[in-house]
Design a protein around this ligand. Structure first.
Ligand code: NAD
Ligand code: MG
Length: 398
């Protein structure tokens, strides 16, 4: 008899970079996992292939015509998958699929409501969708507590820190455990050394060409601006409960040390590995066990150097904006996130110049007053307001 319980997995955002990597790890460990729900936005063909291979109970796409097309593609394949569509169906995928584990890997604010539903329902939540936690950290952590499930970070830095903290870190104050600081590493993205006067002409293609990681387009741009690291500082604040001033950012261009924890006695624990998301995904899926992830072994002798330095704030204004929003608290991180999503999308698809991304975010942060982020309704209303303000600023620029 197997020593482990077979996990029933729902993947929100299964057609994206994290989703595809999650299915790859599951494919390598078929005796341990059943896929019971898969969801996508618009990539219906890829979702159809995944449904044929993994036969989930539920599949969800954003639009009604996408659902009709998916039904068509599954016709005659002898598959019992229920095809649903729309934002509410993402929640159904979590609550009605008999899953015990939810990979939250939708990009951006669109992933918040289903991720919260997973938290409330007491699932093991594998959190890749950092934007959900940035928007609603307090509510999300409360929902996890009420639901009684496990929250395991998939973001590589947070997964690294999770691996370097004592097992019972949620049960005792950090001071008792001797944890002094968390150090989040950042590659610095593709423009770490680009002369500042050349940043104005950066194209989406250049911004999406990350030196070490292959990722979705939005997070690739966030890595170039380092907004990603700013969002991750806020993510770490909520996940690990340390004061903001104890969460530091280090530029580490090789992306081998994924993050570190500094302890009172002088010890610094780091987690290392290839820049391959299948490692944190496998760790989250099987925790506390370790399973095959398909990741090549790290060969330290082939690494010439491991470098670390402080980030240049003048080069990365988005990082400073994120620090400011984190400090302001309340709804400020939700405003930061919404403005950034709109600005990044306008940069990728509507010709907004690269250097205007921080300008838009700053203007929106200065426009919308900070309030308490006590309810989902309030957070979603602020999200809408900030998006509208960002769109207005962008329209005025063009
Ligand atoms: P991606 O763009 O490759 O995939 C996003 C997924 O979400 C796709 O399946 C897409 O169909 C779905 N989606 C998008 N908009 C949607 C909507 N409105 N409704 C329903 N579904 C929608 O993104 P990704 O790189 O896989 O990133 C996913 C999340 O994981 C992000 O929050 C990102 O910050 C985080 N993350 C990614 C990586 C990485 O290596 N890619 C690393 C760390 C954290
Ligand atoms: Mg990360």
């Amino acid at each position: 008899m197997a020593k482990y319980v077979k996990r029933q997995v729902a993947i929100l955002g299964s057609t994206g970079s994290i989703g595809v990597n999650t299915l790859d790890v599951i494919r390598k460990n078929p005796e341990r996992f059943n896929v019971v729900a898969l969801t996508a936005g618009k990539q219906v063909d890829r979702l159809a292939e995944q449904c044929i291979e993994f036969q989930p109970a539920i599949a969800v796409v954003s639009e009604a015509n996408g659902a009709a097309r998916l039904e068509q593609l599954l016709l005659g394949k002898n598959i019992k998958t229920r095809v649903l569509h729309g934002p509410d169906a993402l929640v159904t995928a979590v609550t009605d699929s008999d899953c015990d584990t939810v990979m939250a890997a939708i990009v951006g604010a669109a992933g918040l409501v289903p991720a919260l539903a997973a938290a409330h329902a007491g699932k093991r939540v594998l959190l890749a969708n950092k934007e959900a936690l940035v928007m609603s950290g307090n509510l999300f952590m409360q929902a996890m507590k009420i639901g009684g499930g496990e929250l395991l970070p998939i973001d590589s830095e947070h997964n690294a820190i999770f691996q370097c903290l004592p097992n019972d870190f949620t049960k005792a104050p950090h001071a008792h455990l001797g944890v002094e600081e968390l150090w989040l590493t950042a590659s610095g993205g593709p423009f770490r050394n680009t002369p500042l006067d050349q940043l104005a002409s950066i194209t989406p293609k250049q911004a999406c060409a990350h030196p070490n990681w292959v990722m979705g387009r939005k997070i690739s741009v966030d890595s170039a601006t380092m907004m990603n690291k700013g969002l991750e500082v806020i993510e770490a604040f909520w996940l690990f409960g340390l004061p903001l001033e104890k969460i530091k950012v280090l530029i580490h261009p090789q992306s081998v040390v994924h993050s570190l924890v500094r302890y009172r006695d002088g010890s610094v624990l780091a987690q290392m590995g290839q820049p391959d998301m299948r490692t944190p995904i496998a760790y989250g899926l099987a925790w506390p066990e370790r399973i095959e992830a398909g990741v090549a072994p790290l060969n330290l002798t082939q690494l010439a150097n491991l470098n670390f330095s402080e980030p240049e704030l003048a080069r990365f204004p988005c990082l400073s904006l994120a620090f400011a929003a984190a400090k302001a608290g309340g709804t400020a991180p939700a405003v930061l996130n919404a403005a950034n999503e709109v600005a990044v999308s306008a940069f990728l698809d509507a010709g907004l110049p690269y250097l205007e991304i921080p300008t838009v975010v700053e203007k929106v942060l200065n426009t919308i007053p900070v309030s308490n982020a006590d309810s989902l309704e309030l957070i979603l209303a602020v999200d809408v307001e900030a998006r509208k303000a960002a769109q207005d600023f962008i329209a005025a620029l063009q």
